[in-house]
Write a protein that binds this ligand. Structure first.
Ligand code: UGA
Length: 438
């Protein structure tokens, strides 16, 4: 099939490469010419394991191209809209400017019978508006939310755990389903379940999945707060409740909370949209989810002050991790960046490292020093704080770091270090809602 993918960010670039690997002829289109130049040479414009290889495979098969010209979409019969829907400045709502700009730019190139497929995360009701907008071209619309995780994006795209088609129940459903079944023939053959819903349900599936994940994380972080106040241990608690199959252990890791380009903005957009349509009370709890999450960042800063005798001012604090999660160089709404900013505002001298995100962080945060290795980051530190659970940090040998620091004190912001090992090596170890060892 000939497919165009409009928008080559984290979502679109991976989707385009994955579709080419699956055997389709794909053109990825983006207004950012630098991004297109990178992708055209199999270079991923961001760190995503497996993406350069998928791009190379797509090019080698002669099935992949990238362009900054929307007219290059003209030969495709299926067009994915994969542009970003960031949080609007000064508001909680989603900014749909890029979605509508992409649809409008695409419209002159649509042929009767083409299928436009929305992938971007949008407030419920957006799909219907787009369907009306494109109606004069006689192209049709489907909504097909994407559930890929950064860091696992290629694998998630190739082997999704479910595929959702939002299709208006207007008599064309079976025909459109067949087109999408052909697009996803490979994962369907591997057994990926397909769910067909109305457009509104498909849009809501996406935001509610992210809202649920965010709620799960804030729930366990609330328990971390209780554990901190009572002497319980939230990791043991998560293991125990997670064994109940109805609860499940995944996404119950307490720590500095969630960040990234999706969970925080998606819960805010859901609240804003629910308010707008008069059902704000239904998701009022998400305000607490957001607040618990942001409180974790402030908590790390107060814990740092407590461990340093009341204030961080004038102290050298080393941060391990800048990205919002490992295997990603994405720093959007990263807890690590907020914490770095708060510590410098309080007068600490902050030095940070990250295997992939330093360049991105440097662009937005200039009050901290950046170092290339763990050793140079922790040199003469009064306190070390682990903020992103990169494997290379989790595997650090505490006794090798002891001679380098001024004081052997560590906050494990992700509860991933072996507390006993760090304590045995003479470190004052503090986790998030974990047993306190004097
Ligand atoms: C999230 C969803 O997991 C994807 O399914 C979805 O497709 C994507 O958003 C999207 O909307 O595009 P992602 O933002 O890549 O994916 O990251 P997650 O793996 O969900 O992690 C989000 C944040 O939660 C990270 O900061 C992570 O450190 C944090 N987290 C995760 C915790 O603090 N505790 C946990 O137990 C799990």
């Amino acid at each position: 099939m000939q497919i165009s993918v409009i928008g080559c960010g984290y979502l679109g670039a991976v989707h385009a490469a994955a579709l080419a690997v699956m055997g389709h002829e794909v053109v990825g289109i983006d207004v950012d010419e630098r991004k297109i130049a990178d992708l055209s040479q199999s270079r991923a414009p961001f760190f995503e394991p497996g993406l350069p290889e998928a791009l190379t495979e797509g090019f080698a098969a002669g099935r992949l191209a990238f362009s900054s010209e929307i007219s290059e979409a003209k030969n495709a019969t299926v067009h994915f809209i994969a542009v970003g829907t960031p949080q609007k400045a000064g508001s909680n709502a989603a900014d749909l400017t890029y979605v509508f700009a992409a649809v409008e730019a695409l419209m002159p190139h649509l042929k009767p019978g083409d299928l436009v497929v929305g992938k971007s995360t949008v407030p419920v009701g957006t799909a219907r508006r787009i369907a009306e907008l494109i109606a004069p071209t006689d192209a049709r619309l489907a909504w097909n939310p994407e559930f890929l995780r950064e860091g696992f994006a290629v694998n998630d795209s190739m082997h999704p755990d479910r595929i959702v088609y939002g299709l208006a129940d207007d008599g064309n459903r079976d025909e459109l389903k067949q087109v999408l079944d052909a697009v996803y023939a490979t994962p369907i053959a591997e057994g990926a379940p397909v769910l067909v819903t109305e457009l509104e349900t498909a849009e809501l599936v996406k935001v509610s999945a992210n809202a649920f994940l965010a709620t799960k994380i804030s729930f366990i972080n609330s328990m971390a707060e209780i554990a901190e106040a009572t002497g319980a241990d939230v990791t043991e608690l998560a293991d125990a409740i997670g064994l109940d199959a109805r609860i499940g252990r995944r996404f119950l890791n307490a720590g500095v909370g969630f960040g990234g380009g999706c969970l925080p903005k998606d819960i805010r957009a859901l609240m804003a949209h629910a308010d707008e349509i008069g059902v704000g009370d239904s998701v009022a709890f998400l305000k607490e989810v957001d607040e618990v999450n942001l409180r974790r960042r402030a908590h790390v800063v107060s814990l740092a002050a407590e461990m340093l005798g009341g204030s961080v001012a004038g102290k050298r604090i080393s941060l391990l991790g800048l990205s919002f999660k490992p295997e990603s160089d994405d720093i959007r709404d990263s807890p690590a960046l907020s914490i770095a900013r708060l510590l410098s505002e309080d007068g600490a001298s902050v030095v940070a490292t990250d295997p992939e995100a330093i360049e991105n962080a440097r662009r937005v945060l200039t009050t901290v020093e950046y170092a290339d290795s763990v050793e140079s980051t922790v040199a003469n530190a009064d306190l070390v704080i682990l903020l992103t659970e990169w494997k290379s940090f989790v595997q650090i040998d505490p006794s090798a770091l002891s001679p380098l620091v001024s004081a052997a004190k560590i906050i494990d912001g992700r509860n991933v270090l072996d507390a006993q090992r760090w304590l045995a090596a003479g470190w004052d170890y503090r986790g998030m809602g974990r047993y306190r060892h004097e």
